[in-house]
Design a protein around this ligand. Structure first.
Ligand code: ADP
Length: 603
């Protein structure tokens, strides 16, 4: 009140003695005026912000001050300038404070969320990580003992992890005095932020080193090492880095324990602000550790790059830089380039759509496949050479053997042998043919397959007709089961017929006599599926996903010895179907039979 009075008298023209005193408004009117002015000042600040209101409010005060002087001098009226001005100022201050608090609570919530999302450590995990750090140090330094000390709320260092090299024989009677001295060394390290060192003989017979646990200018504790040998100065860098890692671990564990609050008392509490700062430390620690990923890529022999979604490169490793120098002379290299869109799954997929994934960045990889391509070339050259070289003599063997079987002069018994020679050489030829067709298909590009509109039910009918003779030999009945209208697919007729022939051949081969093999073509949602079902020996479950591999064969007791088996049939089928963009399926039960099928997209 005193302040208002003295201010008020400064902004009115005082009346001379004997004159009537200045006229003041009625108290209720005065109060109304003060409240109105304060409310409008507050409203203005909340709308326009403090900075912009500054000029307007300043000018308003000046105008009011002038008005006060004029009305008091000429009209002998006091307009209560000082209470109004103080009211407006107070309102401005309160509103601004409120605005700051609103922003602060949002900020605090974000901070709390972000810090919680970045991996805060569980208590047991934090302890395990501290111990693991100490063990690692023990493997590279001649340590007698190592202790991690953490600062508590009042700034005192308390041990939170400890590792001794030998049995705990170092606990002697003057241990407590020694411990106090060592803690002082740690305190020194924390205060200076530098490694503190005590030589052997100064406190006791061991050399001691205290490393401040520091991340981003904030020290959270100290690491005390008791060394059996002299401290090697070149270890400083390593120890500071280890100290940084331990500091981040401790900060994270701390963050887990302390909850951030966004209420008004927390806004003006220095302690809560300190916690917010600690939360920032946790986030900055995690950011530091995230950088490790990129550094690790620097060690990779393949080229890696990361690009933002606008195409700007965020990271390029040295191998990628090297690979990108395309104009280097004399480089005969084949590089494989892969660009993938890295995504992050979001949502838990509880609504059944499996959650969506947000694109993050591009991941680019370049690897040198020169050697691999060379090997592949060498392999396929060798294979085709061998196959061709083998085929020619086989044709001669077969041809001459057949010719000789026709020779009447040769005794009957020998002619039987000749027939065997001829059959076997034919079998070998067929095996080589299968082998060659698989290798050729593997090398072929998808575009090289000449596709026409093909009716699979017709292919089924034709293939069954050609396989009848083979089936008859084993008294196996081939049943065609196609019903309804089957739309055409785009396919290479000869390849699909060969694939189906091999499936049928297998079904006959791996079934006992007097059984039936059913072949059907069925229409699915957007594909036509051809199914070959037998009542044969079946494939054991553990072999099911391997039977499509080249040269893979299932060994089984009941199998006849002279069955032609190369392990290439299904590999060929797979190649053909994959070249057509189709899918394969197999269901089988040992002793019950198998169901092999392929589906091709309908036209
Ligand atoms: P191959 O028949 O020349 O051995 P495949 O690649 O055609 O080679 O088949 C691989 C293996 O899968 C065969 O060894 C056989 O044991 C098994 N298999 C294929 N089809 C059938 C079938 N219909 N019933 C039982 N086993 C089969």
């Amino acid at each position: 009140m005193g302040l208002i009075d003295s201010l008020q008298s400064a902004f009115v023209v005082q009346v001379a003695r004997g004159e009537a005193p200045l006229l003041s408004p009625q108290p209720w009117l005065g109060l109304l005026l003060i409240v109105a002015i304060s409310a409008s000042a507050g409203f203005f600040v909340s709308r326009a912000g403090a900075r912009r209101s500054f000029v307007v409010l300043g000018l308003g005060f000046l105008a009011m001050c002038g008005a006060s002087l004029v009305t008091s001098k000429y009209f002998k009226v006091d307009i209560l300038f000082a209470p109004m001005a103080l009211g407006a100022l107070g309102a401005t201050f309160v509103v601004q404070l409120y605005r700051l608090w609103l922003i602060d609570s949002v900020l605090t919530n974000h901070l709390a969320e972000t810090a919680a999302r970045t991996d805060t450590l569980e208590a047991s995990e934090a302890q395990a990580r501290l111990m693991s750090g100490l063990k690692l140090l023990q493997t590279i330094l001649p340590l007698e003992e190592s202790v991690v000390c953490q600062q508590n709320e009042s700034g005192q260092l308390v041990p939170c992890a400890r590792l001794r090299a030998g049995p705990s024989g170092s606990l002697d009677t003057n241990r407590n005095a020694l411990w106090r001295k060592l803690i002082q060394v740690c305190d020194r390290a924390v205060e200076t932020g530098e490694i503190a060192r005590v030589r052997a003989g100064e406190i006791d017979e061991l050399e001691s080193v205290a490393i401040p646990l520091r991340h981003e200018q904030r020290t959270v504790g100290a690491l005390l090492l008791r060394l059996r040998e002299d401290f090697d100065q070149s270890d400083r860098g390593l120890l500071s880095a280890v100290g940084g890692q331990l500091a981040r671990n401790l900060q994270r564990e701390d963050a887990r324990k302390k909850k951030l609050d966004g209420n008004l008392p927390a806004f003006i509490s220095a302690r809560s602000s300190g916690r917010r700062l600690e939360a920032f430390d946790v986030i900055s620690g995690v950011l530091t550790e995230h950088r490790f990923g990129a550094q690790v890529l620097a060690e990779a022999s393949d080229g890696y790059a990361i690009a933002y979604l606008d195409g700007t490169l965020a990271y390029v490793n040295p191998a990628m830089l090297w690979a990108a120098r395309m104009n280097d002379a004399g480089r005969d290299q084949i590089l494989e380039l892969r660009i993938a869109l890295a995504t992050e799954r979001n949502g838990n997929g509880a609504n059944g759509n499996g959650g969506s994934s947000d694109p993050l960045c591009f991941a680019i990889r370049v690897c040198d496949v020169t050697r691999m391509k060379q090997f592949e070339q060498l392999k396929s050259d060798m294979i085709s050479l061998m196959s061709h070289e083998l085929r020619t003599p086989l044709t001669s063997i077969n041809g001459f053997a057949e010719l000789l079987t026709l020779d009447e002069k040769i005794p009957e018994e020998s002619r039987e042998f000749l027939q065997i020679i001829s059959n076997e050489s034919q079998r070998m030829s067929r095996m080589i043919d299968t082998f060659l067709s698989v290798t050729q298909l593997e090398r072929a590009d998808k575009k090289e397959v000449s596709k026409i509109a093909l009716r699979l039910d017709e292919t089924v009918r034709e293939t069954i007709a050609t396989m009848q003779s083979v089936a008859k030999k084993k008294r196996i009945r081939l049943v065609e089961q196609t019903n309804g209208q089957i739309p055409p697919v785009a396919a290479d007729k000869s390849l699909i017929t060969q694939a189906l022939t091999r499936l049928l051949d297998n079904a006959i081969k791996y079934s006992p006599e007097r059984t039936a093999v059913t072949v059907s073509a069925v229409l699915e949602a957007d594909a036509v599926r051809v199914i070959v079902e037998d009542r044969g020996y079946g494939v054991p479950a553990q072999s099911l996903d391997r039977i499509w591999e080249k040269f893979y064969r299932v060994a089984r007791d009941g199998q006849e010895k002279d069955e032609e088996s190369t392990g290439l049939g299904l590999a060929f089928v797979r190649e053909v179907i994959e070249q057509h963009g189709g899918t394969l399926a197999v269901e089988s039960e040992v002793g019950r039979g198998s169901k092999f099928s392929f589906a091709l997209p309908r036209l």
